[in-house]
Write a protein that binds this ligand. Structure first.
Ligand SMILES: *[C@@H]1O[C@H](CO)[C@@H](O)[C@H](O)[C@H]1NC(C)=O
Ligand SMILES: *[C@@H]1O[C@H](CO)[C@@H](O)[C@H](O)[C@H]1NC(C)=O
Ligand SMILES: *[C@@H]1O[C@H](CO)[C@@H](O)[C@H](O)[C@H]1NC(C)=O
Ligand SMILES: *[C@@H]1O[C@H](CO)[C@@H](O)[C@H](O)[C@H]1NC(C)=O
Ligand SMILES: *[C@@H]1O[C@H](CO)[C@@H](O)[C@H](O)[C@H]1NC(C)=O
Length: 350
């Protein structure tokens, strides 16, 4: 008796787990999600995610109940289990006509849709998504940067006919620029149905998309996206695609060792004279050669500042949705997600 019972329990657990994994798989497969969350009708055989617990009904002997197919009283499509498959209209030839044959007099709710309704629903769903999705980090991205458009790959390519103009020059001084913004002014976030332009390039303050980028290194990250992170106190490292690779690697290592809250992306907005840059909210440091001390000073002074900066970032980072298009490597933790100490390790070396 005991082994049988534990077997039943095991079966129930497995059924629950399967139901969960089915739900997960569905969430990925049904992309985009055609409004199933709003479904008011009946679910068959059970709602996604609901464990399938067979109903055991004790009914008085006197009542006559259907003793087949549980207690389902609705219509089966295309036919009930075990029923012979009878084609109702044998002389219909087109597929549209044969689909109509199944809908016949049924007035109830179909799940997920009536046999010939699918296309209509898809078209409508796509239409409503375009109208209602503000920013999910996946759809309608082309307004800023379309990762699938080869025409936009110029963002990440060196197209200069004289690469040596970008070479490091020890006698060229770094330049620190502050872009003025009234301190009381917090630029608004904008949905993907409107474009965002900036008055200076590369931009260090201004409007942004609502969804922040995951921290790390990107093949390309558009300004409208990193701006949200700058506002919460991030450091963005930028390099021109023609910049000397050894210098890019060196700067990347320093930044990655200084703080978690950083983003790295190429940018065509930098000059050949200073193809390396660090950005913080309203500030930019442009360099020809990596200078460790200048980099550390800049990060210590301007990181973790901006109109959306919060003391305890860690309480948000793990819970929030983030933009990951073009993410190559996620940022490592240095001290904590709050970046309790900036460039601490670097300080010991210097
Ligand atoms: C099916 O065919 C029969 C005879 O060929 C015809 O009498 C009947 O009207 C047809 N039904 C339909 C729905 O076309
Ligand atoms: C953009 O979308 C948002 C939310 O979906 C909406 O509130 C806003 O009015 C739309 N703006 C325009 C210009 O369509
Ligand atoms: C490329 O630029 C460097 C430095 O500006 C210059 O010395 C060199 O002559 C240039 N080469 C060509 C092919 O233009
Ligand atoms: C290096 O920079 C200095 C100062 O800007 C400039 O005078 C010099 O011509 C540069 N050297 C090269 C090789 O570009
Ligand atoms: C941040 O976290 C520290 C320690 O975990 C806590 O003492 C402090 O009150 C928190 N600050 C805010 C604004 O939540």
């Amino acid at each position: 008796m005991f082994p049988l019972r534990s077997l039943t329990v095991l079966c129930l657990i497995i059924a629950t787990c399967q139901a969960k994994s089915i739900k997960k798989a569905q969430a990925n497969l049904l992309e985009p999600n055609f409004g199933l969350d709003d479904w008011q009708g009946k679910w068959f055989p059970y709602a996604p995610g609901e464990p399938h617990i067979p109903k055991v009904q004790r009914v008085p002997e006197t009542t006559t109940i259907p003793n087949t197919k549980d207690d389902w009283r609705g219509k089966w499509f295309p036919y009930a289990p075990g029923e012979p498959h009878v084609i109702k209209q044998q002389n219909t030839s087109t597929s549209a006509a044969s689909e109509e044959a199944f809908t016949d007099s049924w007035n109830g709710n179909w799940f997920p849709q009536a046999p010939n309704e699918r296309l209509k629903q898809q078209v409508e769903a796509v239409k409503t998504l375009k109208e209602t999705i503000c920013d999910d980090g996946m759809r309608n991205l082309a307004v800023d940067y379309d990762p699938n458009d080869v025409g936009q790959s110029f963002n990440i390519l060196c197209i200069s006919n004289n690469r040596s103009t970008y070479d490091p020059n020890m006698s060229r001084e770094a330049v620190l620029t502050e872009h003025f913004l009234p301190s009381a002014y917090v630029p608004p976030s904008k949905c993907l149905n409107v474009s965002i332009e900036y008055t200076h390039l590369p931009p260090t303050n201004g409007q942004y998309r609502p969804m922040p980028a995951e921290y790390g290194t990107y093949s390309y990250l558009p300004p409208q996206r990193y701006m949200r992170n700058l506002a919460e106190g991030a450091i963005v490292m930028m390099y021109h695609p023609c910049a000397f690779q050894g210098q890019v690697d060196q700067l990347q290592q320093i930044v990655g060792g200084c703080l978690y809250r950083h983003l790295i992306t190429p940018s065509q907005s930098l000059s050949p004279e200073r193809p390396l840059a660090l950005l913080a909210w309203s500030h930019i440091l442009e360099m020809s050669v990596v200078d460790k001390h200048l980099v550390a000073d800049f990060i210590k002074k301007y990181a973790k500042q901006g109109p959306l900066a919060v003391e305890n970032l860690s309480r948000l980072v793990n819970k929030r949705e983030s933009y990951k298009v073009g993410l190559q490597t996620e940022a490592r933790l240095v001290t904590s997600e709050d970046d309790a100490e900036l460039c601490g390790y670097l300080g010991e070396q210097m």
